[in-house]
Design a protein around this ligand. Structure first.
Ligand SMILES: Cc1cc2nc3c(=O)[nH]c(=O)nc-3n(C[C@H](O)[C@H](O)[C@H](O)COP(=O)(O)OP(=O)(O)OC[C@H]3O[C@@H](n4cnc5c(N)ncnc54)[C@H](O)[C@@H]3O)c2cc1C
Length: 416
């Protein structure tokens, strides 16, 4: 498996990567068989079996900042995309609308069956469908081919990736596809060139996929007809006191599966529930590989929760989550349910329905954020490099380049 589905094993994969993390900047673009030059941790980071802060803290514990800067920067690309979309949720809503309007295209169906007619693309489709993972460079080449060569709607490509990627993320995925299509940065599209594939693709693969390279010979950009800057409409949510009122149960969902590492993890709860967003799984037709991975990660979160809080913990991965949550809250005589707020995406879209079902049962919903997410979000008002510059001023770097004591300390000056 490309990335383990338990927190302990994911932390182990991070540990095992540390000895070569200093080579990441040099080797990360190589698309090798087995992908040993990159962490392959994205499914665990996406579902927060491991947080970005933990990854960065481990890296800075082992290396001076300058040796691992590129990897830290990549980890924060994820937080940048999440923050950018949280400030501009209409971009997600527009994507869903366009996707519904695009309907089914027979060309898309053929590509999804690895019958694109291009050996390179069929190879990546097979890898994606069988493993749930693609290297970043492969994602870029694939998306560029889809948009600029096959001239298919980027939204359909994004939905295909979202369905199969174990790390499929509403922000990283949708905004990366927008970036390739020229909608994210004015005047810039991403084109995949034959010379780039020849430079970075594993020589064994290159030899076997030679037939497909012609399509990357003279790429011509499919320039978007209109570019409009997405306005910021949701600047921030208030950070609230995390002390729960009496009779508050804890809800853990697949957007954040290490709640015990957050501030709400310090509180006591009479009961906890871990749910799966099965309606979204069905809507996007998640394949068995992906459903199995997320289910295992949810099970892992449930057993950690039971150990951490020593309270009855329910695991519900079969039924639609809203009904399960209401049933569980009523059975446990809860007055409130608390959780970490899911970022923009399908689960967040379902919150109004959850709120109204809980209201009817006389149960309140209290959503919290991790302070580090709340503090980084406003930095995504512009492009990534302005975000990165502002973030570095906030990041507590060990002046001597030695180890950093702990994760909390990494963020301590955010409050100033
Ligand atoms: C078209 C397209 C779609 C993508 N869809 C997703 C997606 O749905 N979910 C997702 O997590 N990433 C997505 N990415 C970003 C990136 O490709 C993956 O995060 C990365 O390949 C994951 O492999 P890794 O864990 O080995 O990464 P590493 O290179 O080891 O990087 C470490 C971590 O940094 C983060 N990261 C690295 N590169 C990026 C990046 N370019 N953007 C955002 N975060 C990054 C990831 O959390 C990753 O696990 C997409 C990129 C493209 C071009």
């Amino acid at each position: 498996m490309i990335c383990p589905s338990t927190r302990t094993a994911a932390l182990g994969q991070l540990e095992a990567f540390l000895p070569i993390a200093g080579l990441y900047a040099r080797d990360r673009n190589q698309v090798k068989i087995g992908h040993s030059a990159v962490t392959r941790l994205s499914p665990a980071i996406r579902h927060r079996l491991v947080t970005e802060t933990e990854v960065v803290s481990e890296l800075l514990g082992a290396y001076p900042f300058s040796r691992v800067e590129k990897l830290i920067q990549e980890v924060y690309w994820r937080r940048y995309w999440k923050s950018w979309l949280a400030l501009r949720p209409e971009v997600w809503a527009d994507y869903l609308k366009d996707l519904a309007e695009a309907g089914n295209d027979s060309a898309v169906t053929r590509i999804e069956k690895a019958q694109s007619g291009n050996a390179v693309i069929d190879h990546f489709v097979n890898e994606l469908v069988s493993t749930g993972y693609l290297h970043n460079h492969a994602r870029m080449w694939f998306a560029a081919w889809w948009v600029h060569e096959a001239r298919l709607p980027w939204q359909a490509g994004a939905a295909f990736f979202y369905r199969h990627l174990l790390d499929g993320d509403p922000a990283s995925n949708t905004l990366s596809w927008r970036w390739v299509a020229g909608l994210q940065t004015p005047g810039k599209t991403y084109l995949a060139r034959r010379s780039n594939l020849e430079k970075y693709l594993d020589p064994t693969l290159l030899a076997s996929l030679a037939d497909g390279l012609e399509a990357f010979e003279n790429p011509r950009a499919c320039v978007p007809t209109a570019f409009s800057k997405a306005p910021i409409t949701h600047p921030s949510w208030p950070l609230m006191d995390t002390t729960p009122p009496p009779a508050t149960g804890l809800w853990i969902h697949e957007e954040d599966l290490s709640v015990e590492t957050s501030l709400i993890g310090l509180q006591i709860y009479p009961a906890a529930i871990v749910t799966a967003d099965t309606s979204t799984w069905d809507h996007y037709q998640f394949p068995v590989v992906k459903k199995k991975w997320i289910s295992a990660a949810l099970q892992d979160a449930a057993s950690r929760a039971a150990q951490h809080w020593h309270s009855p913990t329910t695991l519900e991965i079969q039924q639609p989550y809203i009904e399960s949550l209401v049933r569980w809250a009523t059975a446990n005589r809860l007055r409130f349910v608390t959780a970490l707020r899911p970022d923009v995406g399908p689960l967040n879209d379902s919150l109004p329905a959850l709120q109204s079902a809980l209201d009817q049962a006389g149960v309140g919903l209290i959503l919290h954020e991790r302070p580090e997410d709340a503090q980084l979000r406003p930095l995504a008002s512009g492009g990534f490099f302005s975000f990165w510059e502002r973030l570095q001023k906030k990041l507590v770097l060990d002046p001597g380049g030695k180890s950093l004591p702990n994760t909390q300390q990494l963020w301590m000056d955010f409050s100033h």
